[in-house]
Design a protein around this ligand. Structure first.
Ligand SMILES: [Zn+2]
Length: 195
């Protein structure tokens, strides 16, 4: 199938939530980059955007495979600057190969743990290696929120959830409040949504 036909049949799927055991399972590496993987990525994209979320890992759709999507707009430091369009990353078999010694704490949520937030310490910057959907190697350098989202999604592939790493977790009464502002390490207010 060509890309257009696949995109025509992609669909919003149900996001798996705790206590589904797939969220606690180490996901399998993707070995064959075929139309099934493409279809999974398409469904993940549509589901992530509909949620909405800034990242999604295949186990969150009940598929125990090492595939993540991250879509995030890195804000400019100048508040007057025009908004930056979000950048989409689709990474199979991602692996963090380098990280900063510096860590930062901020609030995170997860589409698989609705209604909860936690303060999580993450590496300030990372370099990851993985593959695109054609099986070609790729490398991504990320800092700040983008680095945080990648770390959160890669954790999902190992059955690790933000509540395992959080220094504190709390329930959010109002679902609207799941959109939170990052802490002092960010120079301007930005929203972080669940992934
Ligand atoms: Zn998550």
């Amino acid at each position: 199938m060509d890309g257009r036909r696949i995109s025509e049949i992609m669909s919003i799927r149900k996001i798996v939530t705790l206590p589904d055991p797939v969220l606690r399972t180490r996901a399998r590496k993707i070995k064959v980059f075929d139309s099934k993987v493409q279809r999974l990525a398409d469904d993940m994209l549509e589901t992530m955007r509909a949620a909405p979320g800034v990242g999604l890992a295949a186990p969150q759709l009940g598929r125990s495979q090492r595939l993540i999507l991250v879509e995030y707009a890195e804000a400019d430091d100048d508040p007057e600057a025009p908004p930056v369009p979000p950048k989409l990353f689709v990474v199979a078999n991602p692996e963090i190969v380098r990280h900063s010694t510096e860590t930062v704490s901020a609030n995170e949520g997860c589409l698989s743990i609705p209604g909860y937030l936690g303060e999580v310490e993450r590496f300030q910057s990372i370099t990851l290696r993985g593959y695109n959907l054609h099986g070609k190697p790729l490398r991504v350098k990320a800092t700040g929120w983008l680095a945080r989202i990648f770390q959160h999604e890669i954790d999902h592939l190992d059955g690790v959830l933000f509540i395992d790493r959080a220094t504190q977790v709390w329930k959010v009464e109002d679902q609207e409040a799941v959109q939170v502002s990052p802490t002092q390490d960010e120079s301007r207010k930005r929203q972080a949504v669940s992934s």
